[in-house]
Ligand binder design. Structure first.
Ligand SMILES: CC(C)(COP(=O)(O)OP(=O)(O)OC[C@H]1O[C@@H](n2cnc3c(N)ncnc32)[C@H](O)[C@@H]1OP(=O)(O)O)[C@@H](O)C(=O)NCCC(=O)NCCS
Length: 278
């Protein structure tokens, strides 16, 4: 299970990346310089995705500390020990800076300082699968079911396939997690078998399902989305703040794949990530 911000076991040399090089004693970068600066942003119709910060600690704890969130992950303990969130934010920033992972906080566009979720791309954690690239995510339960994580996942997947040489992205879900399974299927992942996986924070081996999205399928989906008519938006904008009443439409269907805000372009401009990369 690719939990967001579980990097202790992650990382090893990637022979596929053209600019791969081993930093002294550390894992090779997966991501290019572009994402390795904390001004890096992704923009989606309703969200900003940015690096997690120490000041996110309370908001991060507000969802990662909930049983219904933690129990679907393999590495997030419940209850959360003191200092756990701060430690993970530090680890996430380190992994982002070295390019070995990409961990982004989800924030509403209207409140970019308020974290509502997290999404991460990291290396495989199973022995012999360290070259795999895995996705993981968590969202505040007050905001479930509005298509927000699909929106975030599409933007992040575009970044992975656009800016790394990863041939595929893998995912694991517990068999009791239909929301995650559905999300993956809607992003184009296909079922890739079932297995017992060691989920240390859940107390041992539990049945999980594997999913994979390969580069070819992703490219076909991007082309399809670009050629499909975008349904007109109707109704009020969903207020993507935990605790707020969600009165607007879930807009996963019309969700754009995400705009990349280049670190040298400021926050007001950006470029759409091209299907084959920059
Ligand atoms: C998984 C998770 C991130 C999904 O976030 P989300 O923003 O609610 O997801 P989305 O709304 O984008 O998509 C979820 C899809 O699953 C569906 N779904 C939700 N709960 C479901 C259930 N119990 N059974 C079947 N489908 C379900 C939704 O209807 C939606 O599909 P739709 O767009 O066709 O209606 C969120 O549930 C979460 O944080 N869960 C706890 C942590 C977790 O499971 N992380 C993943 C570990 S592998």
């Amino acid at each position: 299970m690719a939990d967001p911000v579980a990097f202790e076991e992650a990382g090893s040399h990637s022979p596929q990346h053209p600019s791969s090089h081993l930093a002294a004693g550390g894992p090779a970068p997966l991501f290019p310089d572009l994402t390795r600066d904390d001004v890096f942003r992704l923009e989606t119709p309703r969200l900003w995705l940015r690096w997690p910060r120490h000041s996110d600690t309370a908001a991060y704890r507000a969802f990662a500390g909930l049983k219904q969130v933690a129990e679907m992950t393999g590495s997030w303990p419940h209850p959360l020990p003191e200092g756990e969130v701060e430690r993970r934010i530090f680890e996430a920033r380190k992994a982002n800076a070295t390019g070995t992972s990409l961990v982004l906080a989800l924030t509403p566009r209207a409140r970019p300082n308020h974290q509502i979720g997290v999404i991460a791309i990291s290396r495989g954690k199973l022995p012999g699968r360290e070259q795999d690239v895995e996705i993981g995510y968590m969202l505040h339960p007050d905001l479930w079911g509005q298509g927000l994580m699909i929106e975030a996942a599409q933007a992040v997947l575009n970044t992975v396939f656009g800016y790394t040489a990863a041939p595929a992205v893998n995912a694991w879900t517990r068999v009791v997690n239909p929301a995650s399974r559905r999300l993956l299927e809607k992003c184009g992942f296909r079922h890739n078998g079932s297995a017992l996986r060691d989920l240390p924070a859940r107390g041992g081996m539990l049945p999980c399902e594997a999913f994979v999205l390969d580069r070819k399928t992703w490219a076909a989906l991007v082309n399809w989305r670009q050629s499909a008519p975008v349904p007109p938006q109707s109704g009020p904008q969903v207020d993507v703040v935990p605790g707020a009443t969600a009165s607007g439409p879930a807009n996963a269907q019309g969700a754009q794949p995400g705009r990349l805000i280049r670190r040298d372009a400021g926050l007001s401009s950006g470029g759409v990530i091209p299907p084959g990369g920059a």
